[in-house]
Design a protein around this ligand. Structure first.
Ligand SMILES: Nc1nc2c(c(=O)[nH]1)N[C@H]1C(S)=C(S)[C@@H](COP(=O)(O)O)O[C@H]1N2
Ligand SMILES: [Mo]
Length: 330
């Protein structure tokens, strides 16, 4: 058997950024597509933050916008935001601390306003270079003003048709295209224009840029699964690049340690700011043996994922997702 060169990613716990991996543990379960829905139901959407979710009251919540601005400082209520022109968009969030293959990646349909529409009301001064978000749980992060002014940068107040659930940032959170979760602050209390800012996770060694890397996740089979030989099995999963490499062009699967690759079918997609879901029908050999399943994505820029992976810490994981499973005969 060919030995793989891959550095297997461990389920690291980096400064509380990573929650324990939830394993399926159902080796005999009938194979289903996983993720099985393009839009993740709110109850299944991954949740991550530095402490407890902040519980805010939509009636008394106020958000200030100030700092290096030309006009008057603004103090907004939730209804001041919900009456503005809204945008609805499908966006995938992924955690920077997510070793490839864990489940800290989910996709939702969000409604909100363009951040730039708010920033234009206060008029950033020429010396303002970053937009700082201060959150009710003590978290704070900043993004370049240039990014903040892009039309896809949203301040969201609805998730899958309902007001943002508490754990996802009620009443408003940022959706910052192309960037890992760290740059998508929840429970925003204040927005400040500034020259520079050192964010919560940057102080703790994580990448201040936090651009999402090209990644593919295998959802089925799960690690250690026993697959029945002599039948068709659907290998499935998700791939995402957050648009940083032009979006996902194709996903391929290998069951011979990367010697040959089979094209998977992309069965659900939206813009490159949302994941694609893929599946591949595998005619499983009728012979009991261990198997390693590899998946890789190629982006429209031409970039193909590399076998050699790097750990998530501090810039976000790369490399193939590899599942160790075994074929069993009845
Ligand atoms: N206020 C606040 N916002 C935050 C965080 C936090 O700790 N506090 N964590 C960030 C991280 S690391 C991630 S991955 C995403 C997760 O968003 P979700 O819980 O809605 O999936 O929230 C981001 N926004
Ligand atoms: Mo994260």
């Amino acid at each position: 058997m060919k030995r793989r060169k891959f550095i297997k990613l461990s389920a690291i716990s980096a400064a509380g950024l990573v929650l324990p991996v939830q394993l399926e543990g159902q080796a005999d379960a009938k194979p289903l597509l996983k993720p099985g829905t393009f839009v993740t139901p709110n109850a299944d959407f991954y949740v991550l933050q530095i402490g407890n979710p902040a519980e805010l009251d939509g009636n008394t919540w106020r958000m200030g916008i100030g700092g290096l601005i030309e006009k008057e400082r603004l103090v907004l209520q939730l209804k001041d935001i919900t009456v503005m022109e809204s945008v609805t968009a499908t966006r995938t969030l992924k955690c920077i601390g997510d070793p490839i293959g864990t489940e800290q990646m989910s996709n939702a349909e969000w409604k909100g306003v363009r951040l730039r529409d708010l920033l234009e009301k206060v008029g950033p001064k020429p010396e303002a270079k970053v937009v700082v978000f201060v959150c009710a749980d003590g978290y704070h992060t900043a993004i370049p003003l240039e990014d903040a002014m892009q039309e896809d940068t949203l301040l969201a107040y609805e998730m899958n048709g309902v007001p943002l659930p508490t754990e996802h940032g009620f009443p408003v959170r940022l959706l910052n295209p192309g960037h890992y979760g760290t740059k998508n602050p929840k429970w925003i209390m204040s927005i400040q224009l500034a020259k520079e800012h050192e964010s919560y996770w940057e102080k703790r060694g994580w990448d201040p840029i936090a651009n999402v890397k090209l990644a593919t996740v295998i959802g089925t089979p799960s690690e250690g699964e026993k697959i029945t030989g002599g039948k068709v099995y659907t290998v499935s999963g998700a791939a995402f690049d957050a648009g940083n490499h032009g979006g996902i062009k194709k996903v391929e699967v290998s069951i011979d340690y990367g010697e040959t690759w089979e094209a998977a079918e992309i069965w659900a997609k939206d813009t490159p700011l949302a994941w694609v879901l893929w599946k591949w029908e595998w005619q499983v050999p009728d012979e009991a043996e261990p198997v390693e399943i590899y998946a890789r994505a190629t982006a429209h820029s031409g970039l193909t994922q590399d076998e050699i992976g790097i750990e998530a810490d501090p810039v976000g994981a790369t490399g193939y997702h590899i599942i160790d499973a075994s074929i069993v005969v009845a």
